[in-house]
Design a protein around this ligand. Structure first.
Ligand SMILES: C[S@@+](CC[C@H](N)C(=O)[O-])C[C@H]1O[C@@H](n2cnc3c(N)ncnc32)[C@H](O)[C@@H]1O
Length: 445
């Protein structure tokens, strides 16, 4: 059969077997069409398009991609950014430094082929079927035989001398970022943390309202779908076979399920919001944690949601409307003076959720992190001065960096009198599947 979209009368196998992550999760099918879409998405990323949009565009323009092909496109595009440094090292070790390739298309094709070889351990013939000429993207300066020659070289990668260089090269992190993570990592756990931050996230949901998990899980199982209870929380469920079926399920459409990282759910639970309380969700974004807080305070309490971004708040409003949560409102300003509890889910580097947004590690700089800490401390101080005595602030991030977490809290407590630290939460990505998160409960006396 001639693969649709490719000319030249070349015969390609119709389909190849399922691709899996290192932990065995099926992540789709690496057909030629799917490989083409990956290359187009990666070229767009090289040119500066945000990854989510690059993947979305590539899927939209990728022809009739099947479900497993689409999953492969999203996964592989993330992988090329995730393992960028290691793949570039693999290229230069074989005599093809990326700096010598002026066409982004050539960089993409070489990276893709080396990723398939080095990380997925795919066979060379199979890789060449995925990307061989004619196609899949133009312009292209690397002929098939050069690609084959690069892939056939057996090279031992030199990750460097110091443990830090070794970790940064092996797990593809900028050295400055690996250094910051090393500074906070428990003894001997840096490798495991970086490895966990490179893992494709598992799909987790929260079952709402509170306490209905067993009944919903039973219905899900009766329909033959796979999901399991997470032992860490009473309302969390995990889909570990990589299936997206629950996305399209009636439970998700009817609002009984909410897609949410386990770490995010732990941070929301760490707020310990109680029925009847008045809670402000100060950085509500698109309303993920607003729903959790609203379920926790029940209709005896109320939630005021607020965000600097009107666009995100609009999304939050529509989610709250769909969930028919009449005790959530969006006053501006958000009446912190009435709150028993304020959640500040602060804007942060997102270094705890790199599994989802791997291109972030190449965009982020130490200077940006320093700027973020100024914003974080500013938000905390702003909320603190409007809070009533006895009320609680929960400050949270999805960052693993000390300066955005304990660092900000320490500065806040040193600079703002009248607060005490009640409890800290550190969710380590290598100890709990679901990202790196931080929380601090601060009580005003
Ligand atoms: C980590 S996100 C929040 C995610 C959200 N809580 C959720 O669970 O989906 C951080 C949010 O902080 C908002 N933000 C940034 N600066 C802010 C400020 N000065 N005041 C309030 N919100 C701010 C951003 O627009 C962004 O939506």
């Amino acid at each position: 059969m001639i693969a649709p979209g490719f000319s030249g009368g070349v015969v390609w196998p119709a389909c190849v077997s399922d691709e899996r992550t290192t932990t065995g999760e099926v992540v789709g099918i690496a057909s030629r069409k799917a490989a083409t879409a990956v290359l187009n998405a990666h070229v767009a990323v090289i040119k500066g398009t945000p990854m989510r949009r690059a993947i979305g565009d590539a899927l939209m323009n990728g022809g009739n991609l099947g479900g497993k092909e689409r999953r492969f496109v999203a996964f592989a595009t993330r992988e090329l950014s995730r393992h960028l440094r290691r793949i570039n090292l693999a290229a230069s070790s074989r005599g093809y430094p990326m700096s010598k390739l002026s066409l982004p298309e050539d960089q993409a094709i070489l990276r893709y082929a080396l990723w398939r070889r080095e990380i997925c351990h795919a066979g060379i013939d199979k890789i060449l079927i995925e990307v061989a000429l004619p196609g899949p993207i133009r312009p292209r300066g690397i002929p098939d035989q050069v690609l084959r020659a690069a892939l056939e070289q057996e090279v031992e990668l030199d990750f460097g001398v110091t443990p830090l260089d070794q970790a940064a090269n092996k797990h593809s992190f900028p050295t400055w970022l690996a250094e910051r993570i090393a500074a906070i990592a428990p003894e001997g756990e840096l490798d495991a943390i970086l490895e966990a931050l490179n893992r494709e996230p598992t799909l987790t949901f929260r079952v709402r309202p509170n306490g209905t998990r067993d009944a919903v899980l039973q219905e899900i199982h009766e329909k033959g779908l796979v999901a399991e209870a997470c032992e860490e929380l009473p309302d969390a469920i995990r889909v570990s076979d990589g299936s997206r079926a629950l996305f399209d399920s009636k439970w998700n459409k009817e609002g009984q399920l909410q897609v949410m990282d386990l770490g995010s759910q732990l941070l929301a639970a760490f707020c310990k919001a109680q029925p009847g309380q008045t809670v402000v969700d100060y950085c509500a974004g698109a309303g993920g944690k607003t729903l959790v807080l609203a379920d926790a305070v029940t209709n005896k309490g109320r939630v005021f949601a607020w965000d600097l971004s009107e666009k995100r708040l609009k999304e939050a409003r529509s989610r709250v409307g769909e969930a028919k949560l009449r005790h959530v409102s969006f006053p501006s300003p958000p009446r912190i003076d009435l709150a028993d509890l304020v959640l500040i889910d602060a804007p942060c580097s997102g270094t705890g959720t790199l599994g989802r947004e791997p291109d972030q590690k190449w965009k982020l700089s130490a200077k940006q992190v320093a700027e973020l800490t100024v914003t974080q401390l500013g938000i905390l101080k702003d909320v603190a001065k409007r809070l009533k005595p006895g009320a609680t602030i929960v400050y949270g991030t999805c960052s693993v960096l000390r300066e955005e977490n304990e660092g900000v809290v320490e500065r806040f407590l040193a600079e703002v009198p009248g607060f005490r630290e009640d409890e800290l939460l550190r969710v380590w990505p290598h100890r709990l599947e679901g990202g790196g998160f931080f929380g601090a409960r601060l009580i005003k006396s």
